[in-house]
Design a protein around this ligand. Structure first.
Ligand SMILES: [Zn+2]
Length: 309
């Protein structure tokens, strides 16, 4: 299983978990390999990739740092050229994982995070560009007809929902072409970036005790899974009770069960999957605890590749 990662993902002075944890996870995979998981360096995304779903003016702000208020609309503590390179490298990893999974009908991933709150013309909530939407667009352009975004980050994926429906994120009406053929199923435990259930997005807000049952309900509600060409799985670990956005009762064991449940569901329907890290923070966890949470996704994904090949 290809796990896309480049040192560029973290080569920025802008320090935050989103710009640091991929390096720690890659180091752990080198020191303590997960069977069948192999680090692969992706090509960086280009400006054209970024403008395939985002406003050109916003993309240029991300790439150049100007105007500054737009460049830091992601809520990260600053901008530097390294951050622009990190965003392009990390987005390139999501695209590469998606296209590899689609082409080979397999499972791949990228150590990318900070994606699902970014909307058409700005960042938000530690998210700079929406790599899920960009990878979905790339998959559609490569021939996919039905792409499912499964978002199990603690917070709601309102940026992705806006991009799917063609909303610009402020006035709420359709402003750009949207992503026809893309749908989102989202289980969240924190109402941040709430958007409700609409034509091609389904959002379930839940709590700790009902979490796993709600994930299962969300999966069971997906119609005709066999016709899905690609799943983009936003595998946030921030539902964990010690993360920002997490809730009491969701432990590492809960998240391990979640990953086994979703990858068993993907394998049962033989679905190509590209997974990414998404949320997961060191608020009350050590970096090594956070790394171990994200390794749950990589382990479950690698075992499912083994089981289905
Ligand atoms: Zn989150």
């Amino acid at each position: 299983m290809r796990v896309h990662y480049s040192p560029l993902y973290c080569d920025t002075e802008v320090a935050f978990d989103t710009t640091r944890k991929a390096h720690a996870i890659a180091a752990s995979l080198t020191q303590q390999p997960i069977r069948r998981a192999r680090l692969v360096m992706p090509e960086s995304a280009t400006r054209d990739h970024l403008t395939s779903v985002h406003a050109p003016g916003y993309v240029d702000a991300v790439l150049t740092g100007s105007p500054r208020d737009l460049a830091v609309s992601n809520d990260l503590p600053g901008w530097d050229e390294g951050l622009a390179r990190a965003v392009c490298a990390s987005t390139g990893g999501v695209i590469a994982a998606a296209l590899h999974a689609l082409e080979h009908r397999t499972v791949a991933g990228s150590l990318s995070s900070g994606l699902h709150h970014a909307r058409y013309a700005s960042g938000w909530g530690y998210c700079t560009v929406n790599g899920l939407a960009i990878a979905a667009r790339a998959a559609l352009d490569a021939g996919a007809r039905r792409v499912l975004v499964l978002d199990l980050d603690a917070h709601c994926g309102g940026g992705t929902a806006d991009l799917i429906h063609g909303h610009d994120g402020r006035e709420g009406h359709r402003r750009h072409r949207g992503l026809d053929g893309v749908e989102q199923v989202d289980v969240s435990v924190d109402p941040f970036d709430y958007y409700g259930t609409h034509e091609r997005t389904r959002l379930l807000l839940t709590d700790g005790p009902r979490y796993l049952q709600t994930v299962q309900t969300a999966l069971d509600g997906i119609e005709d899974p066999a016709s899905i060409d690609l799943v983009l799985y936003n595998a946030g670990m921030d539902p964990h009770e010690k993360c920002e956005g997490g809730v009491a009762g969701i432990s590492a064991l809960t998240l391990d069960r979640r990953e086994r449940t979703v990858f068993t569901w993907f394998a049962r329907h033989r679905l190509p999957v590209a997974w990414v890290l998404a949320g997961g923070y060191t608020n009350h966890l050590s970096m090594s605890d956070l790394v171990n949470l994200h390794r749950l996704t990589i382990g479950a994904a690698a075992r499912s590749v083994w089981a289905s090949s």
